[in-house]
Design a protein around this ligand. Structure first.
Ligand SMILES: [Zn+2]
Length: 485
């Protein structure tokens, strides 16, 4: 029997605000000692009252708009009740039936490598977004031997939960969706979405059904995946596991919650999945309901920056970047901006591509640093490209100069002057050298005169070698042609 794979995602992303969701505690103190960034509110002490972080709300609404969601005029917060030691209030403030946003979608490029190994966009997948809502994070438990330690620094951090429709059909689609979503969050500036810091985490739901059937079968929800790689690997594992169940006529009858064991690359059953009724949701009495006016919606929409998909196609159209190069610019936003500034100033997109997205990127990759932390400025690269365009230096000399600027931060023109790297275009000077080369290489000259076209290239090579690569090849070409006629 042919089976179809059904995948949906729930993504939790920490909102990039200075303070937490309901109190004034810092939200960006990643390195603080345990339980040092807490107050009565985020510790859930009796009588402490929450106040909504307005910035968190605005960023979440902007993200929802970037995901093509609609913003209902009214929404509210609810208590999701459950006991766990990392949840000091005994409930999480979340949104149940009236979230801040609904009904969005995201288009995702699906890629495959071409013959030369470069990724090419081969199709597009549209994934429906059920909702994006707000809630607060819990604390963090660490288990050491017989002890469990709890750190409440993260308790009360603002989260967006983004829920998709079960629209994905392969682990690769789920991964591509998650990667694109990360870029959108980073572009909007609503989350750093740094997975190492736990700022973006996935729960993936997966079930199978016979191809052609419409109804959905009970799903397994894989909790707390914290990298793109584990998301893809866990889904692949679950497909194999569930296919086996179908083959053995043991189709899952209840929804389950499973965990991903990274070391063993397998999932493990944790419990039967909770339903909404288990949480006894009720409206949060300590927070008023929210209303968003159409004016507010338009104001937030107008503030949105250029989204990754638009940016990508503009880069490809305006600067003739390949799919791969555009992706580099979108993924490394500061390098993308750097490239655009260079291309605009030099009006030479081709050379800007070579020097920024090739040579400079290569150096940055070696040192795993961001361009904003390097010693090379936009001005440096512009100077260098102008020097090539004006015939002052050759492109190969320029690469060496850029390398030195990268290491020392030294101005390219000073390097060119100090090292005497300027290209020799002076006809008089080059004529003398050409005469010399012709005298010394009678055989090659004779070959050329006898009809061997290749011999001409050899003569140019000799002149270039004699000038240590600094002769202007165009000028040398002209002189030699004249002399050999
Ligand atoms: Zn607090």
């Amino acid at each position: 029997m042919e089976l179809e794979v059904i995948i949906g995602l729930e993504v939790h992303a920490q909102i990039a605000t200075k303070s937490k969701m309901w109190c004034g505690c810092s939200n960006d103190d990643f390195d603080a000692d345990p339980n040092m960034v807490v107050c009565a509110v985020c510790l859930g002490l009796p009588g402490a009252l929450p106040v909504l972080n307005k910035k968190a709300l605005d960023l979440a609404l902007q993200t929802a708009l970037a995901l093509n969601c609609t913003l209902p005029a009214e929404s509210k917060f609810d208590r999701k009740n459950y006991f766990y030691p990392d949840l000091p209030m005994g409930y999480q403030i979340s949104q149940f039936d009236e979230p801040v946003s609904l009904d969005g979608h995201l288009k995702v490029d699906m890629k495959e490598p071409d013959e030369s190994g470069n990724d090419r966009v081969v199709s597009q997948k549209t994934v429906g977004i059920t909702r994006l809502h707000l809630e607060n994070d819990a604390g963090k438990l660490t288990h050491e031997g017989d002890w469990s330690l709890v750190d409440y620094n993260r308790s009360g951090s603002p989260l967006m939960e983004i829920v998709t429709e079960p629209d994905m059909r392969t682990p690769e689609e789920a991964r591509s969706f998650a990667e694109e979503l990360q870029k959108i969050l980073q572009t909007v500036g609503s989350s750093e979405a740094n997975m190492y810091k736990g700022q973006m985490r996935f729960d993936a739901s997966i079930s199978l059904r016979p191809m052609g059937e419409v109804k959905l079968y009970p799903r397994a929800e894989i909790k707390n995946l914290n990298s793109f790689r584990s998301l893809e690997a866990a889904l692949k594992y679950e497909i194999r596991r569930q296919k086996k169940l179908w083959a053995e006529n043991a189709v899952p009858e209840t929804e389950t919650t499973v965990g991903w064991i990274e070391d063993e690359q397998r999932t493990q059953m944790m419990r039967e999945k909770e339903s909404a009724a288990d949480y006894r949701y009720f409206p949060e009495p300590d927070l008023p309901s929210l209303s968003v006016t159409p004016e507010k919606t338009e104001e937030l929409r107008a503030m949105l920056p250029e989204m990754p998909a638009v940016y990508r196609s503009r880069l490809k159209e305006q600067y003739a970047l390949s799919d791969d190069e555009a992706e580099i610019a979108v993924t490394q936003m500061s390098l993308g901006r750097f490239f655009e500034e260079v291309a605009k100033a030099t009006k030479n997109p081709k050379r800007s591509r070579t020097f920024v997205l090739n040579v400079l990127l290569g150096k940055l990759k070696e040192d795993t640093i961001d361009v904003s932390d390097s010693k090379v400025s936009v001005g440096h690269v512009v100077e260098l490209i102008r020097a090539i365009d004006e015939g002052k230096i050759s492109a190969s000399v320029a690469k060496d100069v850029l390398e030195e600027t990268y290491l020392t931060g030294k101005d390219p023109l000073s390097i060119i002057n100090e090292k005497g790297l300027e290209q020799v275009s002076d006809t008089g000077e080059l004529e003398v050298i050409c005469d010399q080369i012709l005298l010394e290489n009678e055989k090659i000259v004779a070959d050329f005169k006898g009809g061997k076209e290749k011999a001409f290239g050899a003569l140019i090579g000799k002149v270039m070698a004699a000038t240590k690569g600094q002769a202007n090849p165009g000028v040398v070409n002209g002189i030699l042609k004249g002399k050999l006629q």
